[in-house]
Write a new protein. Structure first.
Length: 589
């Protein structure tokens, strides 16, 4: 089935293929772009809401901390009051004395109640089980007041879970318990950790409704909730559904600050933000129903959909025009080629179709040029070999003559005999019994003899250094491949005038480099023209004449290329009187 569909589509005209593919790609691409724009807008909207939430929580944090600190300061001022200390320190009071103290503390308790709009009621529970509260609220026994309270949670200044106010209108309140161990003669009381051991405990009942009203007034994000929770994530200023409270308790296990997390409760998603209040075991919590955020982005969805439809229609129209521009020249080319006719119309543009027309019209000329190039390259190789031979002397002749001369002058000229001996050895190695290759070590011996002869003839004292790996000592290289490069160093690098302070030195290296063997000749002569050297050792040498004055190096390169049947990589480096090197990278065999 797949093969059939592939063939069916393959048989379509190019114009139809271009239109189908281009429209498909444009439609998908534009949809992806519009979708990305929508997601970016959605993310930006969420980020703006998050910034508003963060700012609201920062302001709310400051307000809540300020009001709680104010309540604590007022509580400490209450305990520092001399009359309060006198009335609460007495123990084993009679009922009459208790009533006197009760009435005496009315003004202080009333003042404390009125000190903050968040305070609903203030009362003091003495360790003698006497309770002092406002007279208008009525006197009650501890059993009536603390019924259902989790007093065991008191550990220092503690916010207890919300409960029904045992006094007044019985609204919901948040008890703030302040256990006091010692107040006598102190401006600031000593706070206890256990209500049962404390001298007394001050209870400030904060109105849940008023506290939540304060927080919501600071919340600028519509249809969201900003409330106060205890360390166990139980809502204090806001009563939450049990399932939502349980989920929040699992998620708010650490203070994540401004981090936003999405939670799901009863098929509803919420964006949760919370932060811990410093110095208090409380958390400010913000809940944003995902549906509220969805309403913000829902309004712009039709706009993005309309943008996608309009741009897709525009792209389809441009695709039709584009297919005509491409296929019309192709149809003309097909017509001419099918009729075996030469394309006479010149390309108007330098695009792919224009390149195709130019290539077809110049096809025969290109073939002719390639044939000429091949013939020229073959001629250049032959010429290079001839030029190399013209630089060599007849070694058989010189060997016989010089060897006979050596015996004739041996007794009278020791230096002449020595040089003739070296020249004989040099020519013997040059002959190499007709072999085209010889071990690298023998080629080095040949160069040493050559330098000894040049030292006598040219009066040049040149030091030869050889650096090669032992594994390559017997490696076969082309015979007489090093001599032209050494000769270039002597002829051009050490030509007069030459500084007397520089000791002439030639270094030959042969080592492995990855997949190649590197043959390197280095001298410390006057330097070389790298551009000229590159012109003699590159692929262009196979098609062009080498520059004059570089026959030796050019012959070396051509011989290497023919030996390894590939273009040899050559590198050059030149710092006059320091290092001038020629490197050939030979393929490993």
């Amino acid at each position: 089935m797949l093969a059939y569909m592939k063939k069916y589509f393959g048989d379509w005209p190019i114009r139809s293929k271009i239109m189908l593919l281009t429209i498909s790609v444009n439609t998908v691409t534009l949809f992806a772009v519009v979708l990305a724009m929508y997601l970016i807008y959605q993310a930006d909207s969420l980020e703006r809401i998050n910034r508003s939430i963060g700012k609201n929580m920062e302001i709310a944090e400051g307000q809540v901390i300020e009001k709680i600190n104010k309540i604590l300061i007022d509580s400490f001022e209450l305990t520092a009051n001399h009359l309060f200390q006198v009335c609460t320190k007495q123990e084993n009071l009679s009922k009459q004395q208790y009533l006197i103290n009760y009435l005496t503390l009315q003004n202080s308790l009333y003042k404390m109640t009125q000190s903050s709009v968040l305070i609903d009621t203030v009362f003091v529970a003495h360790k003698q089980k006497n309770i002092y509260n406002l007279e208008r609220l009525g006197m009650k026994q501890p059993e009536e007041v603390f019924s259902g309270w989790e007093l065991e949670r008191i550990d220092g200044i503690t916010f207890l879970p919300t409960c029904i106010n045992p006094y007044g209108d019985h609204g919901r309140v948040i008890p703030l318990a302040i256990p006091v161990d010692e107040i006598e003669g102190l401006n600031v009381p000593i706070i206890g950790t256990d209500m049962a051991k404390a001298e007394m405990t001050i209870f400030v009942l904060l109105s849940q409704e008023r506290l939540q009203g304060l927080l919501q007034s600071l919340n600028t994000v519509a249809d969201s909730y900003l409330y106060l929770a205890d360390a166990q994530a139980q809502g204090l200023s806001l009563v939450l559904p049990e399932s939502l409270a349980r989920s929040l308790n699992q998620d708010m296990t650490a203070d994540w600050g401004a981090v936003r997390e999405k939670i799901g409760v009863e098929r509803k998603d919420y964006y949760l933000s919370f932060r811990s209040l410093p110095d208090f075991p409380l958390k400010l919590v913000h809940l944003l129903p995902k549906s509220v955020f969805g309403e913000v982005t829902k309004k712009v969805r039709p706009i993005f959909l309309l943008i996608w439809l309009l741009t897709s229609l525009l792209a389809a129209g441009m695709t039709v025009l584009l297919s005509d521009v491409i296929t019309k020249p192709l149809l003309y080319i097909i017509q001419k080629v099918s009729a075996n006719q030469r394309i006479e119309k010149k390309a108007k543009y330098k695009d792919e179709i224009g390149i195709l027309i130019t290539a077809l019209t110049g096809m025969y000329e290109t073939i002719d040029r390639q044939i000429q190039t091949i013939e020229k390259q073959a001629e250049q190789v032959r010429t290079a070999e001839m030029e190399m031979l013209t630089q060599q002397i007849n070694p058989h002749f010189l060997y016989n003559v010089l060897d006979n001369t050596r015996w004739k002058i041996l007794a009278e000229d020791k230096a002449a005999a020595d040089i003739i001996e070296k020249l004989s050895a040099f020519l013997r190695l040059s002959l190499n019994q007709g072999n085209r290759e010889l071990p690298f070590e023998q080629e080095i011996r040949h160069i040493q003899l050559y330098l000894n002869i040049m030292a006598y003839v040219e009066r040049q004292d040149i030091r030869l250094l050889v650096d090669y790996e032992n594994a390559l000592k017997e490696y076969s290289i082309i015979h007489l491949i090093l001599q032209p490069m050494v000769e270039n160093s002597i002829k051009h690098g050490f030509s007069e005038p030459f500084p007397e302070t520089v000791s002439k030195e030639i270094r030959i290296g042969f080592y492995q480099d990855g997949e190649n063997l590197v043959l390197e000749v280095t001298d410390n002569g006057k330097g070389m023209n790298i551009a000229k050297m590159k012109a003699c050792c590159g692929e262009q040498v196979l098609a062009e004449d080498a520059p004059k004055g570089s026959i030796g190096l050019r012959n070396v390169y051509l011989r290497l290329c023919r030996r390894y049947n590939t273009a040899i990589k050559a590198e050059f480096f030149s710092i006059p009187y320091v290092k001038n090197s020629i490197c050939f990278y030979l393929p490993k065999e």
